[in-house]
Design a protein around this ligand. Structure first.
Ligand code: FES
Ligand code: FE2
Length: 397
């Protein structure tokens, strides 16, 4: 019987993953604090909250948060927790309001977070209660070319440092060019651990097998390891693309992009920005539990596009990303989640090497080795304070 500890099979330990990392509730709880609580998390794009009072409510690092814009146009990231008795304040995932009204006892917060209304405030007389001490609690918020990130840690470096100059220069095309508009928002419940999706975006090995249409339409191009993030360049075989789709890609490219241009920017820990010539897709995850995540896809076009152009962009997105993610990647992640339930097969491999013996490997004909997966796990270990890609709770320092 093959009772295989990976090290016994000759694979270096750091080229393996202990499958309990996808299952263990204690480890999941630690990740919320040690990873998501410490880094900049991509929440949405500025065009989703274009005017004062527009908001997006998301769970970040296990905590309910609101990202909104005040009357001066400034962005805020508030904890979505009433200072009175802790109720959620914004109860919808997105919306538009003049102020944040708590549904429980109707405390009223201005869009800049100040507590401005307390029904029956005289009952606090003599207790030293001051409204100015009970505004919404705020986290850090910053943007890169319209991408809105929040950070719950005061110790984290500035956002620009976390994303890094080279990744920012990639995102410049097309996100720094002109104004964007949300043309589609999709939310999918995924019965898989968030790391499986993060790894999948770094895994070139599955592409020819799981995505035969991409194998046909898109040539392998170099990938780049950019600090804790990674970027996959995409190519395109025009003769294999549906003529209508190809025409659309040439007719309404986003500024700064040629018809064949495209990339997948993989942002640590769990978000992606994917471009093709005529759309941008932003994918974020919310981790609801060790075996349940929400994947949100947003498709952006140019502000003011006529409906006909929006349709062209959406059709292109469906072919290149939308259907691929929903019909191929996500079902596969759910199969992986079911498979790792086995206690008798405790370890999986991230051991593939590229042809190049050292350094970041560029331009692999096999669409990449597992270098980006090992890079992901290396940073995961650093933040978790763990020596292995392991989930033995006893090892948590
Ligand atoms: S809990 Fe919000 S007003 Fe009481
Ligand atoms: Fe995929």
């Amino acid at each position: 019987m093959a009772q295989v500890a990976a090290s016994e099979a000759g694979i270096p330990r750091l080229h393996t993953v202990h499958n309990s990392v996808y299952l263990d509730p204690a480890l999941f709880a630690a990740e919320q604090v040690r990873i998501f609580g410490r880094v900049w998390n991509l929440v949405c794009h500025e065009c989703e909250i274009p005017q004062p009072g527009a908001y997006v409510a998301r769970t970040v690092a296990g905590e309910p948060m609101i990202v909104t814009r005040d009357p001066d146009g400034r962005l805020h990231a508030f904890y979505n927790t009433c200072r009175h008795r802790g109720s959620l304040i914004a109860t919808e995932e997105r919306g538009q309001c003049k102020a944040f009204l708590c549904p429980y006892h109707n405390w009223n917060y201005a869009l800049d977070g100040r507590l401005v209304g307390v029904p029956g405030i005289e009952s606090f007389d003599g207790l030293g209660f001051r409204k100015e001490d009970y505004g919404l609690v705020e986290a850090r918020v910053d943007t890169v070319y319209g991408l809105i990130f929040v950070c719950q840690s005061d110790d984290a470096p500035p956002l620009a440092e976390f994303i890094g100059a080279e990744m920012i220069s990639w995102l410049h095309q097309p996100l720094a060019q002109g104004e964007f508009e949300l043309i589609l928002h999709r939310r999918i419940e995924v019965r898989a651990n968030w790391k499986m999706n993060a790894e999948n975006a770094r895994d070139g090995y599955h592409v020819p097998n799981l995505h035969p249409s991409l194998k046909k339409m898109s040539a392998p191009r170099p990938y780049h390891i950019l600090g804790v993030h990674a970027l996959q360049e995409l190519d395109l075989f025009e003769e294999t693309v549906d003529p209508g789709i190809w025409l659309g890609m040439q007719e309404c490219p986003l500024p700064g992009l040629g018809p064949k241009d495209g990339y997948v920017a993989v942002l640590f820990p769990d978000s992606f920005v994917i471009t093709r010539s005529n759309f941008v897709e932003i994918e974020t995850q919310t981790q609801l539990g060790p075996e349940l995540s929400i994947v949100e896809d947003r498709v952006l076009g140019r502000k003011g596009d006529p409906d006909s152009v929006k349709q062209i962009r959406l059709r292109s997105w469906e072919i290149w990303v939308g259907d691929i993610v929903a019909l191929q990647d996500i079902p596969q992640l759910e199969l992986q989640q079911r498979g790792v339930q086995s206690r008798h097969v405790p370890v999986s491999l991230i051991a593939r090497q590229g042809a190049s013996p050292d350094g970041p490997r560029l331009g692999q004909a096999n669409r990449g080795d597992d270098e980006r997966l090992r890079q992901f796990w290396q940073h995961w270990r650093e933040l978790m304070g763990l020596p292995q890609n392991a989930s033995w709770t006893a090892e948590l320092p």
